[in-house]
Every structure is written in C-alpha cells, then in structure tokens.
Design a protein around this ligand. Structure first.
Ligand SMILES: CC(C)(COP(=O)(O)OP(=O)(O)OC[C@H]1O[C@@H](n2cnc3c(N)ncnc32)[C@H](O)[C@@H]1OP(=O)(O)O)[C@@H](O)C(=O)NCCC(=O)NCCS
Length: 303
C-alpha cells in the first residue's frame, strides 16, 4: 500500500502485525465487548456503574458521544457518560478522572473504555502513519477501595504543538473547499513523526518519574511498566532513561497490536494478565502521551 518494507517497519517501529476492525464494525461495537468483559472480570453489575468514560478520537460522530451508546448497550442505564478526546493519553486521563469521581462520592463504579478504529481516519498509503495505527478496544472497571490503588495523576500538555498530530483538513475547511469545488483530501490523521518522537523520548520520562514520586514510590517499587504503545523505540528509550530494574515487566504489545491510541494501555494490560506475565496486586506505572500534545500518568495496582 506504500513505498516501504517489512524490514523498515520492524526496525523503526517494532510493529510486526496489527489488527483492523471489519468495515461494518464500529467503535461502539468494539467498546461494548471490552466493557462487558471488564464488568464480568470485576464482578460488577452494569446497573452499579455511575459513569462511563470513553477515551476515543475515532468515534465518527461529533455528537452524540460513543459513551452514551456504550452505556445503553451494556445496560448501564443509571450511568452518566461522556467521551474524552485526549488521543493516546485518553485512557490515563480516564483513570485520573474516574479516581476523582470515586473519591468525591460522585460515582461508586466507573467504567473507563479506550477504543479506536484508526483505520477510518488514516490514509493507508501515508508513509508516516499508515503502518503504525490500528484498531482495538480495552476497558477497566474502577471502584472504591480501602487501600490506595491509584496514585495521583500527573497530566499536562503542550498546546504549541497542536499540529504535530492532527486531523487535517478539519471538517469545516473540508466542507468549504468542497463547496468551492477545490480538490481536497478527506480529513485524516497527519503526524510529524520526528517531532513527536523527540517529545516522547525527551519530555515524557520526566512526567513518568514525577508520577512515581507523587505516589510516594521510586522506580525500584515498580513491578510493571505500561506506556502507551506508540513505537517500540520510544518504549526502549523510556526504559533506559527511567533506569527501570530488569525485573520490571514492560508492555511491548506494539509488536502484535500496532499503535491503537486510547486503547493501547488497557489492551496491553489485559493481554499481559491473560498471558500470566503480570498479576493482580502488582504495582504498575501507566503513561499515555500523544496528540495535543498531551500526556497523563499514574501508578496503579493491577486489578
Ligand atoms: C514515524 C517514524 C517511525 C518515522 O521514523 P523516522 O526514523 O523518524 O523516519 P524519517 O521521517 O526521519 O525518515 C527516515 C528515512 O526513512 C524514510 N521513510 C519514512 N517513512 C518510511 C516508511 N514508512 N517506509 C520506508 N521508509 C520510510 C524517509 O524517506 C527517510 O529516508 P531518507 O533518509 O532516504 O530521506 C518515527 O518518526 C516515529 O516513530 N515517530 C513517533 C511516532 C509515534 O510514536 N506516533 C504516535 C504518537 S502517539
């Protein structure tokens, strides 16, 4: 589909294979399956969910939200629901907001779903995005606990770099160009790969360390590291900069899942649990980073 090679893609990104949703499979379809699995694993009834948060940038409707439909599909009829548009940082934003909702008593249980169907918004022939992005959903149920199991969330962004990863052209510009009969590409993700790479390896490890410190820990207390699966070289660089002990299990899901943006952290966590690589009760550092540019990180206890 593009002027590239399997060898180049493996070397530069670590991606060997990834999954594309069926053409008739929606973000809501995928999210509802992940959400139902998370409810079953947590042993929580859908009617006890107070809020559904859906981290996605690929739900094809500006309104209504994906979350309201996901809540309906799952039978979470008492739940408030909203989408979070923080791209690859979206799931970690959701965990931070869920934590606050529970601590303030607004919700007893919160379902956080990360879901993307990036194949609908990526040009498969684009050499900077076509080989990276993929489709997936992951979810977690977050609820009350007698012991702290989610550390403080550190989040932020760099609004001077909005163009580093952006849907371009925007829908209004697209509409104007079509009305003026000017040839225009369809709105699809554009990425300045090198700028994003520099930011991810230069600035993001400091955020990760700050999240560990905010939890009252050091990297020696960590068992698991689950960074957003952006690129294997970014993960490798972070592991070196953070000086993680060798025994820390590192998510390397990108090899078989590609970059699934908001879905990548819960997807990796779920797969690592299923494979027996990690276990419930371990201490994990999560960090999401991407379009915005924006980031969020926290230390959690593996559910
Ligand atoms: C996209 C990315 C893999 C590109 O790798 P890179 O090393 O920066 O590649 P460059 O753009 O510097 O290009 C290097 C060379 O590879 C070539 N190239 C670029 N894309 C290519 C592709 N898909 N296949 C083959 N060759 C490619 C370029 O033409 C260039 O060739 P030249 O040296 O002969 O001019 C890398 O920038 C990256 O991973 N960035 C971060 C992306 C990311 O994590 N995004 C998600 C954030 S949430």
């Amino acid at each position: 589909m593009m002027d590239s090679s399997d060898q180049w893609i493996r070397e530069r990104s670590g991606i060997i294979e990834r999954r594309w949703a069926a053409t008739d499979e929606s973000v809501v379809d995928m999210a509802a399956i992940a959400g139902a699995n998370a409810l079953a694993a947590a042993g929580v009834d859908a009617s006890d969910i107070g809020t559904v948060l859906c981290a996605t940038v690929t739900h094809p409707y500006q309104t209504p939200s994906a979350a309201v439909e996901i809540a309906e599909r799952l039978g979470a009829r008492a739940a408030g629901s909203t989408d979070l548009s923080s791209a690859c940082a979206g799931f970690a934003y959701g965990v931070g907001i869920a934590d606050a909702l529970i601590r303030t008593g607004t919700s007893e249980y919160v379902l956080v779903v990360g879901v993307e169907k990036l194949t609908d918004f990526v040009d498969p022939s684009d050499r900077s995005t076509g080989f990276i992005f993929a489709d997936a959903a992951g979810a977690a149920v977050i609820g009350p606990s007698d012991v702290a199991a989610i550390g403080p969330t550190l989040w932020g962004g760099d609004g001077t770099q909005t163009e580093a990863i952006i849907l371009d052209p925007d829908w209004v510009t697209h509409r104007k160009l079509i009305a003026a009969q000017v040839e225009t590409p369809w709105p699809r993700l554009q990425m300045q790969g090198q700028a994003v790479f520099r930011w991810a390896v230069g600035d993001i490890p400091r955020v990760a360390l700050a999240a560990v410190e905010a939890a009252g820990l050091t990297v020696d207390d960590l068992d698991v590291f689950i960074p957003h699966q952006a690129n294997m070289r970014i993960t490798d660089s972070m592991v070196r900069t953070l000086k993680l002990p060798e025994r820390v299990v590192v998510a390397r899901d990108i090899a078989t899942s590609g970059n699934t943006s908001g879905a990548s952290i819960p997807l990796a966590m779920s797969r690592m649990l299923e494979a027996g690589e990690i276990e419930s009760g371990q201490t994990a550092l999560l960090i999401g980073f991407g379009a915005g540019l924006s980031y969020a990180a926290q230390v959690v206890t593996i559910p």
